[in-house]
Design a protein around this ligand. Structure first.
Ligand SMILES: Nc1ncnc2c1ncn2[C@@H]1O[C@H](COP(=O)(O)OP(=O)(O)OP(=O)(O)O)[C@@H](O)[C@H]1O
Length: 287
């Protein structure tokens, strides 16, 4: 039986009078790669922030989020996570969140801070073994030649690859990538998606990635969760996401949002690549 890595139940969130998440329910199984899609303002980033406990759902609505067996929040109250628990979740931001004045290698080593002894972490003393591992993580994202370069001299695509190496260094079981390609040119975007897809396939890590480009979601993810006006509009195998459903999902959005992914160009589809850890759902849920 597949064990859910992420459980979201009855999640509601309002900012003032504006309801941003409305009764959101879904489960993600260990080793899935899921695209979180939906028009701008539909609540994708807000939902991602709830998964890691950066934002809390409304009180008194009974909403609940569980990650790898640990309750992150329930009924609008956050549960405090231990350092070890926090390390198991890696977050990738649209704007990379690197320390610009530090070297590429130091930025990757930061991924280790949460799981090393506190005294050593405070002093930033890394062992040779940890440095070697950081270099190996950089090699996986194709940046082994850039270890000593300052992070603020990198291109956007390279910065995002360093951010992925940092998550690898952290050894996170679950990777939440919030619009990781939104600021990148098509080539860099393709490289970043290829790397995320490879990490998912080779390591069996669970990946949730928010995307504006439906074509990219189709190419790299087996399952899509779509939000529309804060409600779960679709949850199912990406092959079930027909053009008619997409049109209805994006009915008030610009065509650009739908078509932007085409700019990434055609190449071998990871949708055809079978990962034995991936179990897309068979029955889509439609709102
Ligand atoms: N801290 C906040 N305070 C008030 N409103 C907020 C806050 N965070 C998000 N919102 C609002 O919640 C709605 C959903 O925002 P969110 O960023 O989750 O959408 P999104 O689907 O990720 O959009 P985009 O694709 O454009 O990033 C928006 O209307 C946004 O203005």
């Amino acid at each position: 039986m597949s064990i859910p890595t992420i459980i979201v139940e009855q999640l509601h969130k309002s900012f003032g009078h504006r309801q941003v998440l409305d009764e959101v329910n879904f489960r993600v199984t260990s080793g899935e790669m899921v695209a979180l899609i939906g028009p701008s303002g539909s609540g994708k980033s807000t939902l991602m922030r709830h998964l890691v406990g950066l934002t809390c759902g409304n009180r008194g609505r009974g909403g609940r989020v569980e990650l790898m067996g640990r309750e992150v929040q329930a009924s609008g109250r956050l549960r405090r996570a231990s350092r070890g628990e926090r390390c198991r979740i890696g977050y990738i931001f649209q704007q990379f969140n690197l320390v610009g004045r530090l070297s590429v290698l130091s930025n990757v080593l930061i991924g280790r801070l949460g799981s090393m002894p506190r005294a050593r972490a405070l002093l930033g003393r890394f062992t040779e073994q940890e440095r070697q591992r950081a270099r190996a993580c950089l090699a996986r994202v194709g940046l082994e030649e850039m270890t000593n370069q300052r992070a603020n001299t990198l291109s956007g695509g390279q910065m995002q690859r360093v951010a992925i190496a940092r998550v690898l260094m952290q050894d996170a079981d679950v990777i939440l990538a919030d619009e990781p390609i939104a600021s990148l040119d098509p080539r860099s975007a393709r490289e970043v998606m290829e790397i995320l897809s490879r990490i998912h396939a080779e390591d069996g890590r669970t990946v949730i990635v928010t995307l504006h480009q439906v074509d990219v979601a189709r190419r790299y993810c087996h399952r899509a969760i779509a939000l529309k006006d804060g409600r779960l509009y679709f949850d199912g195998a990406i092959s079930e996401l027909t053009d008619a459903r997409l049109q209805s999902l994006y009915e008030n959005a610009g065509l650009d949002e739908l078509r932007a992914g085409e700019a990434l160009g055609a190449h071998a589809s990871p949708l055809n690549r079978q990962s034995d850890t991936t179990q897309p759902p068979t029955t889509p849920v439609m709102a």
